[in-house]
Design a protein around this ligand. Structure first.
Ligand code: ZN
Length: 651
């Protein structure tokens, strides 16, 4: 076996067990934890040298790939740990300049820690059970009692050079024959091994022992409150809260609710405020969740407290301008429930996952002697360092619809599905509604919620809005696209029931949705927007489409009245009139071919039968709809724009 193959095999094993750790959310949450392997490699001069492959920043253990491990020359790393002192910024610079591969990601901030541990494989997690035990007044004693000589215990020091230096000094003194791991108080746990499997197995065993210890002592904490009724969603109050949080964050935010018996029993604790205002279970969470959640709904007071906390901890050596926006990231309210906040749906989902684990860790710590977080100075050190690091990175331009929520009807196909994609691409979280269950799979990810429902059912309309608010916290944009286009029939042969069926969907259901969405759109932090998908048939009707044309004309008139009424609420209402969009559900190849023949044209010529001689696609319409929601149309309401390649009857 060649040297290269041997390395890639060892790395493949490293990837495999890292992913197993990443998949277990009781060990590591989003982006947390890191793993490494030390391998011998030849440098460009033909010299054998040791290389540390350590998790690169920006990679998640659950989905890591071989290129997610940053290879760093090991010997300079060990020498760095001998230095008296170094700023963390200089340390990151040293990590990057000692990379073996210039294209590798930036090595983890805990790289030097991995380098100085004298084992081939090293695994590190922030296991919930370790955090629960160590965030208590007797944390250190309990860990000693639990593990004895099996682990070396290191007191809390902020991750970075100082921690690596402390471990470099203490670990060799305290390790014994029995040592298989290391516990960093209020931070996490390490395991080591000669093989990937050995290190993984030790991690699993060590954490299981901690979990059993908690189970034995905590008893039935998890069952408390299991009989309580589910919290009822107070939609208007939730959307009002999102509005004030958005204003304090300086931009729209997504707010997502998590509700289960564990959450409910936590929210009912009489000492809730006292417990949660102590701080996070580990400083690693501070940027995502902020140091403390907001208990209750007084955003102004929370904002003021955050500003005070920041100015109290910022000293002369630190720049007071480096501050996160003062808005909360977690809301705990007995009436409204547990909400997580982010500038995107993805961010909110990460906060939700982290704080849901925090709730369990705090409950467990309370059961074994009382939750006690690190002093706020230690938390602030990490918060400030991460903010400084974020400043050094290139400012990623935020997307135009970041933090905003759109509801698109008829989202399963055609213009609706294309609009879902266009809005998501610009940063919006989207609720897609359709009678076709395919709508649930039109998109995946934390920023999409597909709801199968019939909008002619009034309860389904209310339920769709409510589910959207529970998932994203509000409603900023409404795209009224759902509609039916029945087979052509002249008026004298059109049964009233057919006429009514078209009016039901194209007009009545649209009215009902606008009626119910209005109070929420009025609370949109950047102003509500409605785009109605009309039709060329409004300005230029065709024979045989009486019900369709009349319904779209009435819908357009409804939109015009809405523009008149809702201007004072800051809601803009505009209409697009597409024509001959053939890549939608209604048009099959056979129908298009038959139509083309009727006109004596080729299919291609038929599709481009307009002044510009272009084919209008669903994507073209979707882009126009998205643009009409954007700041380009900030001062436009009540407008109707044809998108038809130019039509002489419309012009
Ligand atoms: Zn760590």
């Amino acid at each position: 076996m060649s040297k290269k193959t041997a390395i890639s095999e060892e790395l493949a094993k490293r990837v495999e067990t890292s992913r197993m750790i990443g998949a277990d959310k009781s060990l590591v949450l989003h982006g947390g934890g890191n793993t490494s392997v030390k391998l011998a490699e030849e440098d460009i001069f033909g010299q054998q040298r040791e290389v540390l492959y350590v998790k690169g920043s920006g990679w998640d253990l659950e989905t890591i790939e071989p290129q997610g491990f940053a290879p760093v020359w090991l010997e300079p790393l060990r020498r760095l740990a001998m230095l008296d002192g170094m700023t963390d910024t200089e340390m990151v610079n040293q990590l990057v300049t000692n990379l073996v591969n210039a294209n590798a990601p930036v090595p983890s901030i805990e790289t030097i820690l991995h380098a100085i541990l004298p084992y081939k494989y090293v695994d590190h997690t922030h296991a919930d059970a370790i955090l629960a035990i160590t965030n208590t007044p007797r944390g250190r004693e309990l860990i000693e009692e639990l593990y004895g000589d099996d682990v070396v215990i290191i007191p809390y020091v902020m991750p970075g050079f100082d921690l690596a230096k402390l471990v470099a000094k203490e670990f060799p003194l305290r390790r014994t024959e029995r040592t298989i791991g290391m516990v960093l108080l209020n931070h996490g746990i390490f395991s080591f091994g000669e093989t990937a499997e050995e290190s993984l197995q030790r991690m699993v065993d060590l954490v299981r022992r901690a979990q059993k210890f908690l189970r034995d002592r905590c008893g039935a904490w998890a069952c408390v409150g299991a009989t309580w009724e589910p919290t009822i969603l107070d939609s208007v109050d939730v959307v009002k809260l999102r509005r004030s949080i958005s204003l304090s964050a300086g931009g729209a935010v997504i707010m997502t609710r998590q509700d289960d018996t564990g959450v409910r029993s936590f929210l009912q604790r009489p000492d809730l405020h006292q417990i949660v205002t102590q701080g996070p279970v580990t400083p690693d969470h501070v940027i995502r969740t902020k140091r403390v959640p907001m208990v209750g709904t007084d955003v102004e007071k929370y904002t003021e407290n955050y500003r005070r906390y920041f100015s109290e901890h910022v000293d002369s050596a630190r720049d007071p301008k480096t501050m996160l926006d003062p808005a909360p990231r977690v809301v705990l309210d007995r009436r409204l429930g547990f909400w997580s906040i982010g500038r995107s749906a993805r961010d909110a989902a990460i906060v939700s996952e982290i704080y849901r684990h925090t709730i369990d860790v705090i409950q467990q710590a309370e059961a074994i002697g009382g939750y006690q977080a690190l002093p706020s100075e230690d938390i602030f050190d990490v918060e400030y360092w991460e903010l400084e690091q974020a400043k050094l990175k290139k400012n990623s331009s935020s997307l135009p619809f970041a933090g905003e929520v759109a509801l698109v009807t008829g989202a399963a196909s055609g213009i609706g599905a294309a609009t879902v994609a266009a809005l998501r691409k610009l940063g919006a979280a989207v609720i897609g509604v359709d009678v076709n269950p395919v709508v649930e799979q039109v998109a995946t990810g934390p920023d999409y919620l597909g709801i199968c429902g019939n909008l002619t059912d009034q309860r389904a309309v209310s339920a769709a809005i409510e589910r959207g608010i529970e998932r994203f916290g509000g409603l900023d944009m409404l795209i009224m696209n759902a509609g039916v286009f029945p087979k052509g029939k002249p008026i004298d042969l059109l049964p009233l029931s057919d006429w009514c069926a078209v009016m039901d969907v194209n007009l009545d259901a649209a009215f009902d949705l606008m009626n119910k969405a209005c109070p929420f759109l009025a609370l949109a932090p950047r102003g509500g927007r409605v785009v109605v998908v009309g039709s060329k048939n409004v300005p230029a009707p065709g024979p045989g489409a009486a019900a369709y044309s009349a319904s779209k004309a009435a819908l357009t008139q409804l939109a015009r009245v809405a523009a008149l009424e809702w201007g004072k609420l800051g809601i803009r209402v505009n209409v697009v009139h597409p024509n001959a969009v053939f890549d939608t559900g209604i048009w099959t190849d056979e129908i298009i071919e038959a139509r083309a023949q009727e006109y004596g044209l080729s299919v291609d010529a038929y599709k481009k039968r307009n002044l510009l001689q272009v084919e209008v696609t669903s994507n073209d319409v979707a882009r126009l709809i998205a643009e009409m929601c954007s700041s380009t149309f900030w001062k436009v309401t009540g407008a109707q724009i044809p998108i038809d390649g130019g039509n002489d009857r419309v012009i």
